[in-house]
Write a protein of this length. Sequence first.
Length: 325
Amino acid sequence: MQDNSSHSATYTVACEDYVHVVEFSPFDSGTPASLLAYGGNQYVVVGTCLFQEEDTNIEGVEFNMLRAFHHEVRVDTLAWSPESQLDRIPTVRFCTTAADRKLRLLTSDLQDRHEVKVMEGHTSYINQLVFEPTEGKQIASVSDDHTCRLWDLDGNETTMLRLRSPGVSVCWHPEEKFKLMVAEKKGTIRFYDLVTHQAILSLDCGQLPLMSADWCLTNTIKVGAVAGNDWFIWDITRSSYPQEKRPSHVDKARLFRWSRVNEKLFSTTGFPGKVCSQLLIHHLGHPQPVMIGSTTVGAGLSWHRTLPLCVMGGDRKLSFWMTEM
C-alpha cells in the first residue's frame, strides 16, 4: 500500500498484534531481501522485506514471514547477530530483552533446530543491547541498574562496566571490536576501550534526561542523541559539546537513529501520546524536518541497511517511510 501524504506511511504491513519493537538486520543476509524481526507480547516474528525500490516487479513491499518464535514475556528490545544469513544453510540469531531483566539469545535454522539461552545478571530494566558487529561473538547490554555488561554466546557475563547513571544506549564500532559507546541518562556519552575497560572519550549534551543516542556507523566521528525536546549532533574530533542542537518534538523526544546509507540523514520519535507517536526524519542540510509521520502509538525505530527507509511498529502494523534524500 502506498500513500502520497507525507503524514502517512509510504508502506504498511499488517501484523496480528501490537508491535513493541522492530529491527532491520544491519547485516547482509546473503539474499536480495532484508531480514526484519518484530516483537510483541509473547512472540518474535522473523521475516524478509523486499521493496519496489529494490525490485520493480513488486508493488510496494513484499513481506515474507519465515517463522514466529514463542517468547515467554513481552519483547522490549531486540538485536541481530551478523551470523544471521539465509544463503547456504539458513541461520538466524538474535537477542532480546524483557521486563524480567533477562536476555534471551535465540538461534534457529528456521526448521527443526531452535535454541534459546537465557542470560541473567542485570538487576533492573534493560534499555538496549547490541552484537559485536564483525564476528558476533559478544553482546553488550545497558540497564537502569547503572551497568553495561558484556556477554559471550554461552550466556556468560564476561565484563561489567559501572556507570554513573542508568545506561540508555549502547553502540559498537563497526570495525574496531574493542571500542564501545555507552550513553547515560544524566547526559553523558562515553567511549570505552574494552581491553583496559577504561573510558577514552566522553561527550556531554548538557541537558537531562538523555533518552537515546546513536553512533553514525557510516562516519564514526558523528554521534547523535535526543534529550528533553531536542536533538544533538557531535563531531567527536572537535569538541565534547554538541556542534548542533535543535528542538524536535513538542512532547519529549524518545529515540534517535542514524540512517545506514546517508551520514546526514537521521530520524527521531516522540513519546507516544494518547492517539499516536510522531516520527521526524531530519537532514543536516535542512533547517526543518524533511518528513513528518505519525503512527498509532508507535514503538521501535530502525533504518533499512541499503535504502533511505525507516520502520516503526504500532498497533497491528508495521509502518515504513521512504525518503528521497
